[in-house]
Design a protein around this ligand. Structure first.
Ligand code: C2O
Ligand code: CU
Ligand code: CU
Length: 529
């Protein structure tokens, strides 16, 4: 028996829009052959015995917290040539002592997790030699950057264990922003990222209006640590809901102490597989000045909260008040619709899991600046609306469960459940299928519809997009601020309309950036001609 897991509530909320009709319900057929056709369903990720016992986790107190914040380690540029950034990234197992006296094997870039920070200027050519010393194939994907499709670490361009390849691209003017890099081999992305492979990437503009502000980088990653110091494999529940460990780290540290002096520019990355960061800065107001793809047109002042879905980044300007203060940077609890196994199997109606609890990310001690500080500029950079769309597309997110295949599953089993599919337009990802074909430079409007019960952050490769409006409960809310993004959260029963244009030809992925969902098939292809 096949069941899709959206609730009656989600259906009712979408119904007025004509989207709950039989046509798209019928599209939700469960097709076990779709994965199997590639013979890849079970390859890659190290097979773990289907143990039904929960892994004993390290208690919070096992990992020291409260150390001094440290910046990301910059990746050294070995080219002597102006305009050329040349470096090497080696992905390999490495040992980290999260628990004093215990070694944890992580997968790291150049021996560190998070990986080294790449900092370049607009117009630079980047040449990175990648060497894969992992036991699995991998790639490096340059999340959010406008790089040629054959340099973007696509799942079909695998670098085998022991092999190397060169990634080479030039970053155009206008690309300044906050990006990141991570592996993208299909079925293995989630594991490679939760074992530690991800790093920051900052592109700078020569005419950056905020260059006078001291800058701080906070790269948030997720860690699940067993009591014995191992990083355990994903369970059935992780594959369904997306993995959230018991720790949220900032630059690899648990709750570091940030010594803020005067007004600072913060870049924050959500590099977690599935953790949503509902950021709060101890309740004090801050200004948002940038999104994934760089600066906003003007600062958005007076925010007290900002939701950063997995893969999203932001730039904030954080002022230190008139007196010394201590406060917490936190990720508040956020309900993203976590499912229980019973709920998914349709056994117990609406039984859900409680959302992940609030986490403190860092302790901040702020002291006022010694000298008076310049006011934030009223305008940051011009952002032009993309204009009229020539093409309209729909992207529908659904979750489909085959209850027979799932019967008797233990939620602690460390296995990828057969019978669970995360779909786009009624299909799971197929490496050989082209889902959409677009023309270079042509403006398109995409409508992302979430007909499931969980939040799904939509992400597309190759370009930045502009959110036009969001529709929820039949109410259309125009996006208040024009911004460049490559990732946008879509809540259950929500429709997000975006505009985009792809300037470079080639094959691009779009997918949910809960990495488990991506690996489970919530990914598709756009061919740009
Ligand atoms: Cu962060 Cu397909 O990417
Ligand atoms: Cu990407
Ligand atoms: Cu998802």
């Amino acid at each position: 028996m096949t069941a899709s897991t959206f609730s009656r509530r989600t259906l009712l909320r979408l119904a007025p829009l004509g989207l709950a009709g039989p046509a798209w319900l019928q599209a939700q057929t469960f097709n076990p052959g779709a994965h199997g056709a590639h013979g890849a369903m079970n390859h890659g990720a190290s097979p773990s015995p289907a143990s039904a016992r929960p892994v004993a986790l390290a208690p919070d107190s096992a990992v020291p917290s409260g150390r001094d914040w440290r910046g990301l380690v910059p990746l050294a540029n070995t080219s002597g040539q102006p305009g050329l950034f040349r470096a090497r990234l080696v992905a390999a197992p490495a040992q980290v002592e999260f628990i004093p006296g215990r070694k944890t094997t992580v997968w790291a870039y150049n021996g560190m997790t998070p990986g080294p920070l790449i900092e370049v200027n607009e117009g630079d050519t980047v040449e990175i030699e990648f060497e894969n010393r992992l036991p699995q194939p991998s790639t490096i994907h340059w999340h959010g950057l406008p790089v040629p499709a054959d340099q973007d670490g696509n799942p079909m361009d695998l670098v085998a264990p022991g092999a190397r390849r060169l990634y080479r691209y030039t970053l155009p003017k206008g690309s300044a922003g906050t990006y990141w890099y991570h592996p993208h081999p299909h079925y293995m992305t989630a594991e490679q990222v939760f074992r530690g492979l991800a790093g920051g990437f900052v592109v700078r503009a020569a005419d950056d209006p905020l260059r006078g502000l001291p800058e701080r980088h906070l790269f948030v990653s997720d860690l699940r640590l067993a009591a014995d110091g191992r990083i355990p494999a994903n369970t059935v529940m992780d594959w369904m809901n997306g993995r959230e460990g018991q720790f949220a780290l900032v630059n690899g540290l648990l709750r570091p102490v940030v010594a803020q002096q005067g007004t600072e520019r913060w870049r924050i990355w959500n590099a977690c597989n599935a953790r949503f960061l509902r950021l709060r800065l101890g309740g004090q107001a801050f200004a948002q000045v940038g999104t994934d793809g760089g600066l906003l047109g003007a600062p958005v002042q007076g925010l007290t909260e900002l939701l950063l879905a997995p893969a999203e980044r932001c730039e904030l300007v954080v002022a230190a008040g008139g007196a010394p203060a201590a406060w917490e940077l936190s990720a508040e609890s956020y309900d993203r619709g976590l499912m229980s196994l019973q709920h998914m199997m349709g056994e117990a109606g609406e039984r859900r899991l409680p959302p992940a609890p609030r986490r403190v990310l860092a302790h901040v001690r702020s002291t006022p600046a010694a000298a008076p500080q310049p006011a934030l500029p009223a305008a940051l950079r011009p952002i032009t609306p993309l204009g009229e769309a020539k093409v309209q597309r729909q992207v529908l997110f659904t979750e489909v469960m085959d209850m027979d295949a799932m019967h008797g599953l233990s939620e602690h089993a460390q296995q990828r459940p057969q019978g669970m599919q995360f779909q786009i337009n009624g299909q799971v990802y197929d490496m050989d299928r082209i889902d959409f074909t677009a023309r270079r430079g042509e403006v398109e409007q995409w409508e992302i519809i979430n007909a499931s019960d969980m939040d799904h952050p939509f992400h597309i490769h190759g370009t930045q997009f502009q959110v036009v409006e969001r529709v929820i409960d039949n109410q259309t809310v125009p996006e208040p601020v024009l911004a460049w993004r490559d990732t946008v959260n879509v809540r259950p029963a929500e429709i997000v309309r975006i505009k985009l244009a792809q300037d470079l030809p080639g094959l691009r992925m779009f997918h949910c950036h809960v990495l488990e969902h991506e690996d489970m098939g919530m990914m598709a292809h756009l061919m740009v001609k």
